[in-house]
Design a protein around this ligand. Structure first.
Ligand SMILES: Nc1ncnc2c1ncn2[C@@H]1O[C@H](COP(=O)(O)OP(=O)(O)OP(=O)(O)O)[C@@H](O)[C@H]1O
Ligand SMILES: [Mg+2]
Length: 236
């Protein structure tokens, strides 16, 4: 579904990603892990189109994304839950969700999508009139995921799902992602909690200093043990 080949990204001459290649099959759940500054967020931004690729090629559903603007990529079914959640704090929960369905195709089936999102996250139904800025961090993460789902994506990109969240909230959000995966959604998740990442994902990609240092199934990563910890920079 998504093929990233020899991707390179730089910020004002400083290289953030070097020669990264990754294949994500339809219906797969892939996680990206790695130390701070490794280039994880940059990779997701390159896929959704908010940072330009310098080298390499990103292909999605047999189309070269290179020349496509972020809005066109969204129209093709790529949704991005950004780092830090970025809900609109002064809008209500419902208004935030409705903004997720801005595409013409999504607008037509907005009611259906809304019902599905509220079924996945019942707390958002309870709080639909509340201002997003007054939600807890976990609730804001649910809202950010819900807003992305309102666009009816085929590929969901989630950056730092668990950052700053209580374990229970992390569980709820990961459960929802696994449920969506079972329903056929393709997911790329950046997750700082590597153990949890390996539990939920089919495959894992480790970035370090902009380079891909490991790619394999979650089982392979688990059996790599201390070597895997070295890749992550967490070895004792
Ligand atoms: N807008 C920007 N301008 C300049 N440099 C940037 C910009 N965004 C990121 N970088 C740099 O690119 C590198 C990769 O950053 P990125 O945010 O992709 O890492 P990350 O793996 O997501 O890190 P973290 O775990 O801290 O979120 C870092 O060295 C960072 O300082
Ligand atoms: Mg990041």
């Amino acid at each position: 579904m998504l093929t990233i080949a020899s991707l390179g990204v730089s910020y004002e001459g400083l290289r953030a990603l070097v020669d990264v290649s990754l294949e994500v099959g339809a219906g797969e759940f892939v996680t990206i892990v790695g130390p701070n500054g490794a280039g994880k967020t940059t990779l997701l931004k390159a896929i959704s189109g908010t940072v330009p690729s310098e080298t390499g090629r990103i292909t999605y559903l047999a189309q070269d994304l290179g020349a496509r603007r972020p809005s066109e990529r969204a129209a093709l079914g790529i949704a991005h839950v950004p780092e830090g959640r970025r809900v609109f704090p002064s809008l209500t929960v419902m208004e935030n969700l409705e903004l997720g369905a801005y595409r013409r195709a999504a607008r037509a089936s907005r009611k259906l999508a809304l019902d599905e999102v509220l079924a996945l996250f019942p707390i958002l139904r309870e709080r639909h009139r509340q201002l997003a800025g007054s939600l807890s961090g976990g609730e804001q993460q649910m809202l950010a995921i819900g807003r992305a789902l309102m666009a009816e994506p085929r590929l969901l990109l989630v950056d730092e799902l668990s950052l700053g969240l209580m374990p229970k909230m992390v569980d709820i959000c990961l459960d929802v992602l696994m449920r969506l995966k079972r329903e056929g959604l393709t997911i790329v998740l950046i997750e700082q909690n590597t153990a949890r990442a390996l539990d939920v994902a089919d495959r894992v990609c480790v970035l370090s200093s902009g380079a891909q240092v490991f790619q394999g199934t979650s089982a392979e990563a688990k059996s790599a043990g201390s070597l895997f910890a070295t890749f992550l920079g967490t070895a004792g």
